[in-house]
Design a binder for this molecule. Structure first.
Ligand code: NAP
Length: 262
């Protein structure tokens, strides 16, 4: 395959990406493959997993990251197939349950933590024990810009992603110098998970952003790729906002109102 990301120097390395059959995860797996890495992908729908693995000339495992056996099965598949596991991208997530916290069923609430926090930890543990402790590696956790503030209906998602952000920093401190652990925090990106947000109001959201558009999966993929590469060799415990300026949009909004002195 002709690589447009050859400069990232991932040729000969192996990467596992969860939630890789569509959206951001798929773009990440594609970018890693284009950079020369062998990829091992996972998601729940077996047909989509097979299709994605074939397309990227990699291997795939169908199943939920919430299944306690999935992390070992996924890292084991990568190690058996490619003989190594240099990169792990924890991308799969759930934004359920959605709604006010006073109506949240604790069992459903727990699922958000199982998928969004516990599974990434289990995957890092398996990657560490199976390969990275001895040979080094890079982990990127996909968080969210929304973990930095509260929002209506997203209490379970936001709280679990804030925990993932903290987990990223804790792991980074524990696993150096051999293993780097970072996160990316996307703003609104055009994917299935966020369709209910961008589809009804894309123009309005885009107009309010300093960079004038919502994100595309490749915007996030490029940031993940860079963090996985040796170009980021002195970066660990960092969170890279990839949000088109969402976090700083309030400043731009004020100037549009021609405030005195602005
Ligand atoms: N889109 C945004 O605006 C946005 C913003 C901030 C952060 N993010 C984060 O970006 C990441 C990717 O989201 P996305 O928007 O690309 O979502 P998406 O388009 O809905 O894709 C999600 C992917 O994860 C898989 N998946 C879902 N639940 C899974 C599970 N329990 N076990 C294994 N695989 C699972 C899906 O396939 P199956 O359904 O077949 O399992 C699919 O491949 C998530 O961590 C999300 O929180 C997204």
């Amino acid at each position: 395959m002709t690589s447009s990301y050859g400069q990232y120097g991932l040729r000969g390395r192996a990467a596992a990406v969860t939630g890789a059959t569509r959206g951001i995860g798929r773009a990440v797996a594609r970018a890693l493959a284009d950079a020369g890495a062998r990829v091992c992908v996972s998601a729940r729908d077996p047909d989509e997993v097979r299709r994605t693995a074939e397309e990227l000339d990699g291997v795939g495992l169908a199943g939920s990251v919430a299944d306690p056996g999935h992390p070992e099965a996924l890292t084991g598949l990568c190690l058996r197939t490619f003989g190594r596991l240099d990169v792990l991208v924890n991308n799969a997530a759930t934004n359920r349950p959605y709604g006010p916290l006073m109506a949240a069923d604790p069992d459903v609430w727990r699922e958000a933590f199982t998928v969004n926090v516990e599974a990434p930890l289990r995957l890092v543990q398996c990657a560490w024990h199976g390969w990275m402790r001895e040979h080094g590696g890079a982990v990127v956790n996909v968080c969210t810009e929304g973990a930095g503030h509260v929002g209506p209906g997203v209490g379970a998602y936001g709280t679990s992603k804030a925990a993932l952000l903290h987990l990223t920093q804790q792991l980074a401190g524990e696993l150096g110098p051999g293993v780097r652990v970072n996160s990316v925090s996307p703003g609104l990106v055009r994917t299935e998970m966020a369709r209910f947000v961008w589809e009804p109001g894309e123009e309005e959201v885009a107009a309010g952003l300093p960079l004038g558009r919502i994100g595309e999966p490749r915007d996030v993929a490029r940031a993940v790729l860079w963090l996985c590469s040796d170009e980021a060799e002195w970066i660990t415990g960092a969170d890279l906002l990839v949000d088109g300026g969402t976090r700083v949009r309030a400043a731009g909004t004020a100037s549009r109102y021609h405030l005195p002195g602005a």
